[in-house]
Design a binder for this molecule. Structure first.
Ligand SMILES: C[S@@+](CC[C@H](N)C(=O)[O-])C[C@H]1O[C@@H](n2cnc3c(N)ncnc32)[C@H](O)[C@@H]1O
Length: 177
């Protein structure tokens, strides 16, 4: 069985092409950014708030199509002025770095709202969510918001392991109109 991160990549892969504009909203070690770059897309914006993580990761990615941003994803509209094909969020903290620096419910929700506005029609967004004790409030806020969105405007699915309550899960979003 594929990991939830691999499943999130599979979900996004359909909308990647050589002109695709992508956002990695939580850069971390850069695995999602590298996934986009390996698919030979046109541009990848990568957002990260933690300077140590940011510097380590950008030093390991030598690619002219990568645009790293040392700022919170809640400000993505300041940096991204074009429609976007694919967006990924992988919430929580960066393993190996300061676990107290993690995504937070309010800024995550702000960022998701901005991401939905930036997506082009048929564009997709993947959210990898951790509903354990520290992530539960974030998970609830995100789901409560998404479940009220007009189903004619966005298709939104949740893929979760039914027999393992607190395991990470995937929400996939596609903009319909
Ligand atoms: C689970 S990790 C991301 C994993 C990453 N995608 C990878 O492939 O390694 C979450 C990252 O989000 C960062 N982060 C926390 N708050 C953020 C925010 N408001 N904007 C952007 N990044 C944030 C954390 O510092 C951490 O590096």
């Amino acid at each position: 069985m594929k990991s939830i991160v691999d499943q999130s990549h599979d979900f996004l892969k359909n909308v990647l092409h050589k002109g695709a504009i992508c956002i990695d909203a939580t850069l971390g070690w850069g695995k999602d950014t590298n996934f986009f770059l390996e698919n030979k897309v046109r541009k990848v914006y990568g957002f990260e708030v933690q300077r140590a993580v940011y510097e380590k990761t950008i030093s390991s990615i030598q690619d002219e199509n990568f645009i790293p941003v040392l700022d919170g994803h809640q400000n993505m509209d300041v940096y991204v002025k074009e429609e976007v094909d694919a967006i990924i969020f992988n919430f929580g903290y960066c393993p190996g770095f300061d676990s107290k620096i993690k995504t937070e419910p309010k800024t995550s929700l702000d960022a998701i709202q901005k991401a939905l506005a930036l997506l082009k029609i048929k564009g997709r967004m993947a959210l990898v969510i951790y509903p354990h004790k520290e992530g539960r409030e974030e998970s609830n806020i995100i789901e409560n918001y998404l479940m009220k969105i007009d189903p004619h405007s966005f298709y939104i699915e949740k893929r979760v392991q039914l027999n393992q309550g607190r395991s990470p899960y995937l929400i996939g979003v596609e903009k319909l109109k």
